[in-house]
Design a protein around this ligand. Structure first.
Ligand SMILES: [Zn+2]
Length: 210
């Protein structure tokens, strides 16, 4: 399967796959790319989030997702910790993060890796991303569904299980707060919404919204 670009505009390669150098394995395990204006990173194909991690290690803020054709795709050095929880189903072109400079990185760029396996492991089953990604296919054709939460305040949960059990709420979504539905899992609606200056996400059970 040939994937779309993780970018929403033209990008260019700065470090090649398997370039030899001062990396843990002695070579570069992915491809580095940069772009000029739109720093949004999107999913290259449909899949499910399998790993997210905050800053602190060499990959910085990163996300891994398993594609529908059983590959693992990693984006490293993102600006923020990924918002989508593990298990979230994602669609081609859906926003996963923003290019950043976290972890072992000098200058904002995307480090992308593709592995030929369902579970990500460092340096395992590496594939050349250039064999799978069509970098010229960067059109933005993903649209999030608008969400209408009417006049009630909705409790927000971190997991589908909590949402179904109505336990361990992590916050509330007020009627005036704008939200977008990025996925529906087991009857629970995964929303992103703005609260003051930050963007949050979580599940709500309200079934009349989308
Ligand atoms: Zn890299």
């Amino acid at each position: 399967m040939i994937y779309r670009s993780p970018f929403r505009e033209k990008s260019r390669q700065t470090t090649a796959f398997k370039k030899e150098g001062n990396w843990k394995l002695g070579y570069h395990t992915g491809i580095d790319r940069v772009c000029d204006t739109d720093r949004t990173l999107v999913a290259v194909c449909d899949g499910v989030v399998t790993r997210t991690s905050g800053c602190g290690k060499s990959y910085g803020n990163h996300i891994v997702y398993r594609t529908d054709d059983e590959k693992c795709v990693l984006y490293a050095h993102m600006k923020d910790r990924p918002e989508l929880p593990v298990g979230t189903k994602i669609k081609t072109g859906q926003k996963l993060g923003t290019i950043g400079n976290t972890g072992n990185s000098s200058g904002a760029h995307l480090h992308v890796e593709i592995q030929d396996c369902a579970t990500w492991g460092y340096g395992k089953n590496l594939l050349d991303p250039n064999d799978f990604i069509d970098w010229d296919n960067y059109k933005n054709d993903f649209t999030e569904k608008p969400w209408k939460n009417g006049s009630t305040t909705e409790k927000v949960y971190q997991t589908v299980a909590d949402c179904k059990a109505k336990k361990n709420s992590i916050g509330s979504l007020l009627p005036r707060e704008a939200a977008s539905c990025v996925a529906v899992i087991d009857g629970c609606y995964l929303l992103t919404y703005s609260a003051k200056d930050t963007v949050k996400c979580g599940f709500v059970a309200y079934s009349g919204g989308v």
